[in-house]
Design a protein around this ligand. Structure first.
Ligand code: DC
Length: 228
């Protein structure tokens, strides 16, 4: 069983700033950061490349048996985690809006979720982690001591995503990113298995009108109040 005392979960919809917030919180606490979205993106790329018929559970199960995922700390401080898929560095190619859409689609498949949930629990087995995603506080680590749910208006989330992608040199149209954000919200909240929702014992933080730094401060304050 994980040391749930030292597990921080940060869930929320796409573009809400979870990654930046999680990395900063993990850095401040000296914890390991687990980016579960990167894991879904990697599996999306893996299945897409193989052209697997996701409607056939036996094919899917066989392919997933060949999947080796390795998550390594970012090269730069506050950079993205390094993701190796069967030894190939796919860190950059999974960061496009298209890769995110594929991830959102394959994340509704039960066997994919089972496999990744198991891997995520193993990564958290020793505690001292900050894990971000959609179902971390509800399904992956339901007994975690510190749970947060970040939210922000879709327009603001799309603007942040555009700024983040442009910083990486990826040119995108804001209207298209907003449409993709809304579609992913719908996929992620309406799927049958582990849909995106706030855990009852998670603290909700709306970041529409506050900065990432303010969100980080709020989270660290709450953790410190609880741990004394
Ligand atoms: O956090 P992200 O944008 O990198 O996630 C990409 C997709 O992966 C997201 O649209 C839904 C899926 N996902 C999920 O279903 N559960 C998670 N814990 C993390 C991501």
């Amino acid at each position: 069983m994980s040391n749930t005392k030292n597990i921080v979960t940060i869930d929320g919809p796409s573009g809400v700033g979870k990654s930046t917030v999680s990395r900063k919180v993990a850095g401040a606490l000296g914890y390991t950061y687990i980016d579960t979205g990167a894991m879904y993106r990697a599996v999306g790329l893996f299945l897409d490349r193989l052209g697997v018929d996701v409607g056939k559970p036996e094919d899917l199960s066989r392919c997933l048996g060949d999947l080796r995922l390795d998550l390594r700390p970012p090269v730069e401080e506050l950079g993205d985690v390094c993701v190796l898929l069967n030894d190939e560095d796919i860190s950059d190619i999974i960061r496009t809006p298209e890769a995110a859409m594929v991830a959102s689609r394959i994340s509704a498949i039960p066997i994919v979720r089972e496999k990744l949930t198991e891997m995520q629990r193993l990564l958290g087995v020793r505690g001292n982690v900050v894990a971000e995603g959609r179902d971390i506080g509800t399904v992956v680590f339901p007994a975690a001591r510190h749970k947060f749910f970040l939210d922000a208006e879709p327009g603001e989330r799309a603007r942040r995503r555009v700024a983040q992608l442009r910083e990486r040199g990826v040119e995108v149209d804001e209207g298209e990113v907003l449409a993709m954000t809304l579609e992913r919200d719908q996929n992620d909240t309406e799927r049958e298995i582990s849909p995106l929702r706030q855990a009852e014992d998670a603290l909700r933080i709306d970041s529409t009108n506050i900065t990432i730094e303010e969100v980080v401060t709020k989270i660290l304050q709450k953790i410190s109040e609880k741990t004394g």
